[in-house]
Design a binder for this molecule. Structure first.
Ligand SMILES: Nc1ncnc2c1ncn2[C@@H]1O[C@H](COP(=O)(O)OP(=O)(O)OP(=O)(O)O)[C@@H](O)[C@H]1O
Length: 775
């Protein structure tokens, strides 16, 4: 049974709760003061040895994180309380705060702690020892509203048992709030079906399938925060990666984890999973689909093997006037030796090069020896070594080796592969020409971020796995640096020692006094001079392509291609992953049609499915329209049940082609008078014209990958709008959305379900039959 006080009639206990909440803020302030003091102390610790230095570093990091978490808890510190049938009340909040009595209950329980769970899951049917649940709403530090539910001992009404919602009044208030263009956390109103997923075991891949607005993104982010709380040590060390579909989406969700006090998480789009690259190029959906196939692993293997060349006929190089000949069989033998010694192309290359140089040196010696008594046998080891150096340093020899076995970066391999139809043909036996043509890309002058597309990223990474990276030069440099630091440190210690013996006159006293060299060795001093790596785990992980994460969260997981899954699984060998998505919203050709089919090749049976069924975003009247589109798509997927009715009925208008853009601009201008965010969602070909028309009437309009609805109306394609939501949505030219998308019904379904309050549809011609409900 839920009781809500109208704002005008204050709840009788509001003052008591205010008193308690004030106390909680007092504790928060004290905890923050303490953390700040400890941070300052740690910063000024004298670090006398490397271990102390490391400890200082760890303390500084820990206290900095603590201060950040305490700062983040300021807004909405306390979210509610549960009154237990067998015990006193327990207050639930964004962080845990200890009480004065260390033996008793904490003053505030972290929402992620096991004790807080009944706050989210207790129902009148299963009260879990909770007599009453109270949601506490605050503005700043002031309590403004209390919503109570009697769960045990109250009269069990049909409504209370049947709504299935936790804290219905608080939930509805949250859902009715105008959107800001940034996602917010839902700690106050997590629902039982969501809580189960948030706290699920972290082993294997957990797939969360749910329709639009069922809170998949919210659940995925709260699960990340829960896992960081529960497995803090492991995850702090290995890091947690959240993967989203687009830069706009990442910006939309960027504030949620920091608002939960978690800052160490790496957020990345599919185009950013290769360190140093932000792949923003575009290409046809068909090309992206081909690049996303698992077959591409074999294509790349063949493309690499194809670069290890055996020439058709003999090749000649001239060293010091002597023409030296290399036969195809010589190359083949060197190639076999290299392949036997090392699997990776770049690491095997030195073996190949050595063989070729050895052979040419032998031929060189033979040629010089010809005509001299004793021939090549005249040369001793030293002579041979000198000849070898001469051969190895001869530019023509280097060029020849480069030709037969080039050093390849992934970028070079792919650029040269895509640019050359003959190379593509050699790497794709059995493919038809039309499919091969999809891979063709002429060499352009585009910058690397425009040249590479998100679908290239898994290919570049796969190529890197095949090529390897010959880091012997880097290692040699690092060793030289280490030796230099050591020599400098030794010199410093020698100087200190020397100056001491001059200063001290008394021989006996000298023996008593410890020298700098007694306190610290040259190695330790050198180690201390090495610049400390102060980057966070997320920063280190972002820069290191071999980094493996403790957990990976994938949002809009239905869009991932098999090659993208392969990449992610490589970055998370434990397979501890959470993937949230909706098969009814798949917009790419390479994306998932069935979870089992998608995941089995990568994780076998190590995955399980959970479902979310309630739509918290889209009002029922709008959802009914979207459900018709979903049904017409024929995938058999069901639409989720809307949790609330709408206040404004959705509508459609036929404008004719000529009046379309002007009418769209007029509607957006009218909506601009309301609170909240607005989006126009249209097929790609219409976006520029619509953006220009709207911008002529309203300020702050943006479109494309950097669109930001917190600044003003946005004009997006359905693909760009994926995962986002807006108070008001205007869908323009639905027929073209249906016709142009590779999964047109899914695209229209996505577009219609972005609205939290208002939906309008503008059609230049007849409304598609799927939208008959709006006619
Ligand atoms: N328990 C909750 N309390 C308050 N708001 C919620 C709750 N669950 C979801 N919401 C809100 O519902 C909206 C939709 O959630 P979210 O974006 O996570 O859905 P989604 O399933 O990822 O949708 P889509 O598939 O369309 O991307 C968001 O505004 C979110 O804050």
């Amino acid at each position: 049974m839920s009781t809500t006080q109208p704002e005008a009639v204050p709840h009788p206990e509001i003052e008591t709760e205010q008193q308690y909440v004030r106390e909680l803020y007092g504790r928060l302030d004290a905890a923050r003061d303490l953390a700040e003091r400890r941070l300052k102390q740690a910063i000024s610790w004298p670090a006398v040895d490397p271990q102390a230095l490391q400890e200082r570093d760890a303390t500084v990091r820990f206290q900095t994180e603590r201060v950040t978490a305490l700062d983040a808890a300021e807004a909405g510190l306390c979210v509610g309380r549960i009154d237990r049938t067998d015990d006193g009340p327990l207050y639930i909040g964004r962080i845990g705060l200890a009480a004065d009595d260390a033996g008793g209950d904490p003053a505030l329980v972290d929402w992620r702690a096991p004790a807080a769970r009944p706050f989210y899951t207790a129902t009148p049917v299963h009260p879990l020892g909770v007599a009453r649940r109270r949601h506490i709403r605050t503005r700043g530090r002031t309590v403004v509203r209390l919503d109570d539910e009697v769960l045990d001992g109250g009269v069990l009404t049909d409504g209370a048992a049947g709504s299935g919602l936790t804290g219905e009044a608080a939930l509805m208030a949250a859902l009715d709030t105008a959107r800001t263009g940034r996602m917010t956390d839902i700690v106050r109103t997590i629902q039982a079906e969501q809580d189960r997923i948030i706290r699920a075991d972290d082993r294997g891949v957990l797939v969360v399938q749910g329709g639009p607005g069922t809170g998949k993104t919210a659940v995925a982010l709260h699960r990340a925060a829960y896992l960081l709380y529960t497995y803090r040590e492991r995850l702090a060390r290995r890091g947690l990666l959240v993967v989203g579909p687009t830069p706009t989406f990442l910006r939309y969700i960027a504030d949620v984890l920091p608002s939960l006090g978690e800052t160490g998480v790496l957020l990345a789009g599919l185009g950013q999973l290769r360190p140093g690259l932000d792949a923003r190029g575009t290409e046809s959906p068909q090309t992206a689909a081909v690049k996303g196939r698992l077959e591409m692993v074999g294509v790349l293997e063949r493309a690499v093997a194809d670069r290890q060349v055996v020439p058709d006929g003999p090749r000649e190089v001239t060293v010091d006037g002597f023409a030296l000949r290399l036969r195809p069989i010589d190359v083949k033998r060197a190639q076999n030796a290299a392949r036997r010694a090392e699997r990776l192309h770049n690491l095997a290359r030195p073996v190949f090069a050595r063989r070729v140089v050895d052979l040419l040196t032998r031929r060189y010696a033979e040629r010089i020896g010809t005509g001299i008594d004793g021939g090549a046998d005249l040369f001793d080891r030293e002579d041979t070594a000198a000849l070898r150096r001469e051969v190895a340093e001869e530019p023509a020899v280097r060029l020849l080796i480069d030709d037969l076995w080039p050093v390849l970066t992934p970028e070079r391999l792919l650029t040269e592969l895509f640019a050359d139809p003959a190379r593509v043909a050699a790497a794709t036996p059995g493919w038809d020409d039309a499919t091969r043509a999809l891979l063709h890309r002429p060499r352009g002058s585009a910058t690397s971020s425009q040249q590479w597309t998100p679908a290239d990223v898994p290919l570049l990474e796969e190529a890197e796995e095949l090529l390897g990276f010959d880091d012997s030069a880097q290692r040699a440099r690092a060793e030289r640096d280490r030796r230099r630091r050591l020599a400098e440190a030794q010199e410093t210690l020698d100087v200190l020692h020397g100056s001491r013996s001059i200063d001290l006159e008394d021989e006996h006293l000298e023996a008593e006094v410890l020298s700098a060299g007694d306190l610290i060795s040259a190695e330790e001093l050198a180690e201390r001079q090495r610049a400390l790596d102060t980057r966070t785990t997320a920063e280190r992980a972002a820069a290191d392509r071999t980094w493996t994460f403790g957990h990976v969260v994938v949002d809009e997981a239905q869009e991932l291609s098999p090659m993208a899954w392969r990449l992610l699984v490589r970055r998370c060998p434990t397979r501890s992953m959470t993937a949230v998505g909706d098969l009814a919203q798949t917009g790419t050709l390479a994306g998932a049609a069935a979870w089992d089919e998608t995941l089995r090749p990568h994780v076998g049976d190590a995955w399980r499915l959970e479902e979310l069924t309630v739509n918290y975003r889209t009002p029922a009247e709008i959802m009914a329209v979207a459900a018709d589109v979903l049904a017409a798509g024929g995938t058999g997927a069901g639409a989720p049940r809307s949790v609330r009715p709408g206040t404004v009925p959705p509508w459609a208008e036929v404008t004719g082609e000529a009046g379309l853009a002007a009418r769209a601009a007029e509607v957006v201008e009218e909506w601009a008078g309301h609170e909240g965010t607005t989006a126009v969602i249209a097929p790609a070909g219409r976006v520029p014209e619509l953006a220009a028309a709207v911008a002529a009437r309203v300020d702050g309009v943006s479109c494309g990958p950097d669109a930001d609805s917190s600044r003003g109306p946005v004009v997006l394609t359905p693909g760009e709008a994926k995962g986002l939501e807006f108070d008001a949505v205007l869908v323009v030219d639905p027929q073209r959305v249906l016709d142009e998308g590779v999964r047109g019904h899914n695209d229209l379904y996505v577009a219609l379900t972005r609205a939290t309050q208002r939906l309008g549809v503008l059609s230049p011609g007849d409304l598609p039959a799927e939208l008959a409900r709006l006619a």
